[in-house]
Design a binder for this molecule. Structure first.
Ligand code: NAI
Length: 256
């Protein structure tokens, strides 16, 4: 079987992905800042919000993992600085630290969001976020780039979607045959969605849900993440796959 490291395993999409990976015969190494109620495989407790936290996590990872699934994330309700740190710089730093020790032919899959699709319209800002190397001071960066607290979440996902495309062709990944892709869910029924209802308003979330008939479930997203990590996706690289019940298409169809 393959060895798969998964962040965010204590809840929601990460938990479901870990369960499904284990059912499919993978050796799972779960990562989260909170301990899961029921561990699947091995568990490493750690925090993606700082350079030191990521370094400790990377050191705890064994050599030879086949896939790194970056699923951990926060809603943005604690402000732009921690959100940019966790949702983008933490997973990028972990990916960069893990890649040299991953098995050639491996895969990195990150969970972005349809909230990140604004990257084309905000290309300069997305570029500046990706251009900031290592683990920048995200409070200062948010100030410099004009990212208000309520925009931290979409902007973190914009950076993630742009970086995914860039990273796919960076030597650190490409020369080892490591593919880099992302999955963008629409609203999915997990604890984060409760926070989105508070931040964005019930009406906004409900209108998205009504458009596609129901909210997604973690079980709608986990197979897509695992597919991108599998050999069946060997010709998919630098891509962002929507798993949103058609929400994005429906919005585009109306506005184009
Ligand atoms: P969740 O809140 O159920 O799970 C997130 C997990 O990430 C938690 O277990 C949490 O402890 C962990 N985590 C948060 N900060 C961390 C840190 N600094 N270090 C280590 N672990 C940390 O949320 P859900 O829905 O499962 O979210 C998973 C991913 O899916 C996130 O990246 C989120 O942005 C994304 N997403 C979720 C959507 C939804 O509607 N649920 C929609 C679009 C994207």
């Amino acid at each position: 079987g393959k060895t798969v490291a998964i962040t965010g395993v204590a809840s929601g999409i990460g938990r479901r992905t870990a369960e499904l990976a284990a059912q499919m015969g993978a050796d799972v190494i779960g990562i989260d800042r909170n301990p899961p109620a029921q561990a699947v495989g091995d568990f490493i407790r750690g925090d993606l919000s700082s350079a030191q936290g990521v370094q400790a996590l990377a050191q705890a990872l064994p050599d030879g993992i086949d896939a790194l699934l970056n699923i951990a994330g926060v809603s943005g309700n604690t402000g732009a600085a921690p959100t940019l740190a966790i949702n983008f710089y933490g997973l990028r730093a972990l990916s960069q630290a893990a890649a040299p020790r991953m098995r050639p032919g491996g895969a990195i899959v990150s969970v972005a969001s349809i909230a990140g699709y604004g990257w084309r319209g905000n290309l300069d800002r997305a570029r500046a976020l990706v251009a900031a190397e290592g683990f920048p001071d995200t409070a200062r960066l948010a100030d410099d780039l004009g990212v208000p607290d309520e925009a931290g979440y979409p902007v973190s996902k914009e950076a993630l979607i742009l970086w995914t495309q860039i990273a796919a062709f960076q030597p650190a990944f490409r020369d080892r045959g490591i593919r880099v892709n992302s999955v963008s869910p629409g609203p999915v029924e997990t604890p984060i969605l409760t926070q989105f209802r508070e931040v964005l308003g019930e009406a906004r979330v409900n209108s998205d849900v009504t458009r596609v008939g129901r909210a997604g479930t973690p079980g709608d997203i986990a197979p897509v993440v695992l597919f991108l990590a599998s050999d069946g996706a060997r010709w998919i690289n630098g891509a962002n796959i929507a798993a949103d019940g058609g929400l994005e298409a429906s919005v585009n169809a109306e506005t184009m």
